[in-house]
Design a protein. Sequence first.
Length: 97
Amino acid sequence: MTTTLHIDNTVRDYDDWKAVFDQYERFRAEHGVRAYRLGRVIETPGRVLIDLEFDDRAGAESFRAALATVLATPRSRAMVIGHQSWLVDLVEEYVSA
């Protein structure tokens, strides 16, 4: 069973935030992120939903702690004006053929 770290960020400028997000590809890989999905809320384009997939809960919890240090940096505080996250265990998945 995989675990997802679901993140709900509100950012000042999506393009600036995305450029920084892309710089953290190696950080995500080194911390066990297997896959990710990004989405933007249509009615609120500065609201970004991120799903990071991990092999297990321990990996997701470890990444969440490492992410807290990144979010505490002045650069992140200037870009991210709202942040929440949840650990989600995948219990079922359906993909239409």
